[in-house]
Design a protein around this ligand. Structure first.
Ligand SMILES: NC(=O)c1ccc[n+]([C@@H]2O[C@H](COP(=O)([O-])OP(=O)(O)OC[C@H]3O[C@@H](n4cnc5c(N)ncnc54)[C@H](OP(=O)(O)O)[C@@H]3O)[C@@H](O)[C@H]2O)c1
Length: 280
């Protein structure tokens, strides 16, 4: 086994790395430098969003990098306030202008906002934006099975990716089963639970010691073995390297079970249940 990042194939045929790089809070000059380091350290999948106000930073990091654009997979996300069709199309164009890119590899609806209830219209805009050549692959974030079922029923097209909150405190077992049954790839946001106390958990430390790894590496390996694409964020080049050095060891079934047992019914970090929580 090597430390090269293995790829997975989405249901539309696009191949993407099984670990990506989160960019929330990476902005401006220090942000561009951190993202540039991440690319140099081997990350090829970059996760940004219109609402992170850093699409320009991501675009600049790509331009400064020696890695060709076509070897990178760049993601952005449609905010809740632009779910109406015409707004969504203009927002995707604006995302491209901000990043100074010709296309995004992945573009996701950021939150379903089911009370507002315009996510099917937003999805139709993403379907068309793909036809216009703005996007290679279309997906969503934070969609519950009921929201995904509705996209299927009303448009016939399911997202390639659903990016959801996923870490050992909230392992989303049922949601992952649904994704698997429908060939939707899972991306894990806040995969390290935003560096919460979990990174000092005694049970995880024991497993880490057994493998001579850090707790972060154990958690990221757990995501990989679950089949989920983690997108850890780190401003520090050393931690960026640490977070992708996970492909030369394996957790046993027993260790996977122990890590899964840390999950809690209300394990969300900020109580952001997509059935009721909305973000604009
Ligand atoms: N779709 C959505 O609704 C949604 C929501 C939230 C996040 N996201 C995406 O998911 C990405 C990742 O989530 P996140 O940024 O919330 O949290 P995260 O990746 O779980 O954790 C980031 C935190 O962990 C620290 N860290 C990283 N690697 C570490 C290591 N090896 N050891 C110790 N600490 C480490 C980072 O500090 P340093 O930077 O100092 O290393 C930072 O404070 C975001 O950046 C964003 O792209 C999406």
């Amino acid at each position: 086994m090597t430390n090269q990042i293995p790829e997975i194939t989405l249901h539309d045929g696009l191949q993407i790395p099984s670990v990506g790089f989160g960019t929330y809070k990476l902005k401006g000059e220090s942000g561009a430098q951190a993202i540039n380091h991440a690319i140099a350290n081997g990350y090829r999948l970059l996760d940004s969003a219109y609402n992170y106000e850093n699409e320009a930073t991501v675009g600049e990091a790509i331009r400064r990098s020696s890695v060709p654009r076509e070897e990178l997979l760049v993601t952005s996300k449609l905010p809740g306030r632009y779910h109406h069709y015409d707004d969504a199309i203009v927002t995707i164009q604006e995302s491209l202008l901000r990043a100074n890119l010709d296309y995004y590899d992945l573009y996701l609806i950021h939150w379903p906002n089911p009370i507002q209830d315009n996510y099917v219209e937003a999805w139709q805009a993403l379907i068309d934006a793909k036809k216009f050549g703005y996007i290679r692959s279309i997906g969503v974030c934070n969609f519950l099975p009921e929201h995904l079922e509705r996209l299927k029923k009303e448009t016939g097209i399911l997202p390639t990716v659903n990016q959801i909150e996923l870490h050992p405190l909230f392992n989303q077992e049922e949601q992952l089963k649904f994704h698997e049954e429908h060939h939707i790839a899972t991306e894990s946001w806040s995969p390290l639970s935003r560096a919460s106390d979990l990174l000092r958990d005694e049970t995880l430390q024991k497993i880490a010691d057994q493998h001579n790894r850090t707790i972060s590496q154990i958690i990221l390996r757990w995501h990989y073995q679950l089949g989920a694409i983690a997108i850890p964020k780190s401003a520090a080049p050393s931690r960026q390297k640490e977070n992708i050095s996970i492909f030369d060891f394996e957790l046993s079934e027993e260790e996977m079970t122990i890590i899964n047992s840390l999950t809690k019914q209300d394990g969300r970090l900020k109580d952001q249940d997509p059935a009721v929580y909305e973000e604009f």
